[in-house]
Design a protein around this ligand. Structure first.
Ligand SMILES: [Zn+2]
Length: 123
C-alpha cells in the first residue's frame, strides 16, 4: 500500500514537472499562469503521497515495556520484572504481596526493552 502511494506520488510529481515545462510553449500568459498553478498543485500532491507512503512504512508497534517491582522490606531482596500494564508508574504501591516475606511491593522502574536482535531470533 505504501509502495503504491509512493509510485503514484512519483507519477504525480513527474506529471507536474512536465506541465511546468510545457506551459512555456503556451502563448497566452493567463493560460500559462493557470498551468503553472496546476503543475504546482500536482507536484505538491505527489510529494505528500511520497511522504505519506514513507510514514506508513515507519509505523512500528510500540516497543515492549517492562515494569520492575521490588519488595518494600529492606531485609528482603525480592525483585520481579513483568510486562508493563496500563496504570503502572514508578513508586506505585501494588496490592500484590511479596511471595517471600509477604510485605507490600512497589514499582521501582518502568523500562523500554530494545529488541535489536528481533530478526535473528526467528531463525
Ligand atoms: Zn519480600
Amino acid at each position: 500500500m505504501g509502495m503504491i502511494s509512493k509510485l503514484v506520488g512519483l507519477l504525480f510529481t513527474a506529471a507536474g514537472v512536465i506541465i511546468l515545462m510545457m506551459m512555456g510553449t503556451v502563448p497566452d500568459p493567463m493560460m500559462s499562469a493557470i498551468w503553472i498553478f496546476v503543475g504546482m498543485v500536482i507536484i505538491t500532491i505527489g510529494f505528500s503521497l511520497i511522504n505519506a507512503g514513507r510514514q506508513t512504512r515507519q509505523m512500528k508497534p510500540p516497543p515492549p515495556t517492562v515494569t520492575e517491582i521490588r519488595c518494600d522490606n529492606p531485609d528482603c531482596d525480592f525483585k520481579e520484572i513483568r510486562n508493563f500494564e496500563s496504570g503502572d508508574y514508578i513508586l506505585k504501591t501494588l496490592d500484590v504481596r511479596c511471595p517471600k516475606c509477604n510485605s507490600t511491593m512497589t514499582i521501582q522502574g518502568v523500562y523500554v526493552v530494545k529488541e535489536e536482535d528481533e530478526g535473528k531470533s526467528s531463525i
